[in-house]
Design a protein around this ligand. Structure first.
Ligand code: PMP
Length: 407
């Protein structure tokens, strides 16, 4: 997509095809990892000569990097619209962030989640109620309301939901879910790995308690994620990792330790400064961009992608009930009579297209969707778009699938 001035690296990469020719790579795998924004690469390139350890160094470069690292938190705070007293903890990725949240959740908390979640939001919880995947946003809200009513208010509850599905692109009704949670005194955590790159998230306005996301899906490199939200649970829990940086004072005897408060408590070890700065640069670039324009371009391409695939007789699009109005540019599908791996391999070899195949780390959900679609294949193919995707990429995919399907 060409809206705004945002651009990604790699759009001129050429790949070899099986007939010996070369073609510009069509990356349609943004839901796995998005390419790096030019703005992010520039910021990282500028910082690399000043690379130095943060927090404990007295040298000028240590001080500079410490300042950049702390400024990166401020960028995340602004990007997410956090409350002033929210904590922003840098993690390795969304999986790490949600495991950190699971670690700090008070012991008697009931966690409510849905079958439609990515494994990162399905597996970390111990005391968990897993609701069936809803077929509409309204169903999601009423299922949560009913469950919270049954639970009552005698123990803490945490609703842990996705912002948008990595299998179907369905965007979840966060404001409504947060309102339902609030009425019952429950908290809400959002896995925003897919949502954050595509929609404005306003933690304070939506009434969210925690948000987790990953840099590598937000047009920054791998290795950094965020858990942002209420400080109290984070400050009360033992550090996620024990070690240097997470301490205020360590005595001579074993076990004599006062842990640090604030984000440092859960960031033991030398932090990924470059990763945090890169992620923050992506946040800054997206915060400054015209997201409405980006969204409208993305919606146009999403419709072209979805309809182009759905029109092919042998194609079954997953989760295609029409009851979920708002969707990101993610379409998962099967091709009757062709193995999923064959589809993705042929797309790469004959058309220079990168997609993903499998169950997308959402095994129960994707299996359910395959069953509902009447697919015989045990896995699916997923195409996903973002900044840098063009009509030509989408049309090439549709031509490729038509060829593979023999129609
Ligand atoms: N949640 C969702 C919705 C995702 O799509 C992903 C990545 N596929 C994750 C969580 C996990 O992200 P990460 O691998 O960066 O930890």
């Amino acid at each position: 997509m060409g809206g705004n001035t945002l651009g990604v690296l790699g759009s001129d990469v050429k790949v070899g095809l099986s007939d010996g020719t070369k073609i510009a790579y069509a990356n349609l795998d943004y839901a796995a990892s998005a390419p790096c924004l030019r703005e992010v690469a520039d910021v990282v390139g500028e910082l690399l000569p000043y690379y130095a350890s943060v927090h404990r160094g007295a040298g000028a470069l240590s001080q500079l990097c410490t300042e950049k690292y702390e400024l990166a938190r401020e960028s995340v705070t602004t990007f997410l619209g956090c409350r002033p007293d929210d904590e922003v903890v840098f993690t390795r990725n969304t999986t790490d962030a949600l495991n950190l949240l699971a670690h700090v959740v008070p012991p008697d908390t009931a966690v409510i989640t849905f079958e439609g979640e990515h494994h990162a939001n399905l597996l970390p919880w111990s005391d968990v109620i897993r609701l069936p995947a809803p077929s509409s946003p309204e169903e999601a809200v009423s299922a949560v309301a009913k469950t919270l009513a049954v639970l009552g208010t005698w123990r803490p509850a945490l609703l842990a939901v996705t912002g948008a599905s990595n299998v179907t692109g369905e965007v979840w009704p966060l404001a409504e879910l947060a309102a339902v949670a609030r009425r019952s005194g429950a908290r809400i955590a959002v896995d925003a790995a897919q949502l954050a790159p595509h929609r404005r998230i306003d933690v304070a306005a939506l009434g969210l308690d925690y948000v987790a996301f990953s840099g590598h899906k937000l047009y920054a490199p791998f290795g950094t994620g965020v858990l942002a939200g209420r400080a109290d649970w984070l400050d009360r829990a033992r550090p996620y990792l024990a070690g240097g940086g997470a301490t205020a004072h360590v005595g001579d005897a074993p076990g004599q330790v006062d842990w640090a408060s604030g984000a440092a408590r859960h960031e033991a070890g030398s932090p990924n400064v470059i990763g945090a700065v890169a992620l923050a640069a992506a946040c800054d670039a997206l915060a400054a961009a015209d997201l409405d324009a980006l969204r409208s371009e993305e919606d146009t391409l999403t419709t072209r992608l979805h309809d182009g695939l759905a029109e092919i007789p042998a194609v079954r699009v997953l989760g295609d009930s029409g009851r979920w109005p708002d969707r990101l540019g993610i379409v998962s599908f099967t091709v009757d009579g062709v193995e999923t791996r064959t589809v993705s391999t042929r797309l790469a070899a004959e058309f220079g297209i990168g997609v993903r195949d499998g169950l997308f780390c959402a095994h129960p959900f994707t299996r359910r969707l395959l069953e509902q679609a009447g697919a015989t294949a045990p896995t699916a193919v997923r195409a996903s778009i973002g900044i840098g995707t063009t009509k030509e990429h989408v049309d090439r995919l549709i031509t490729g699938i038509r060829t593979i399907a023999g129609s």
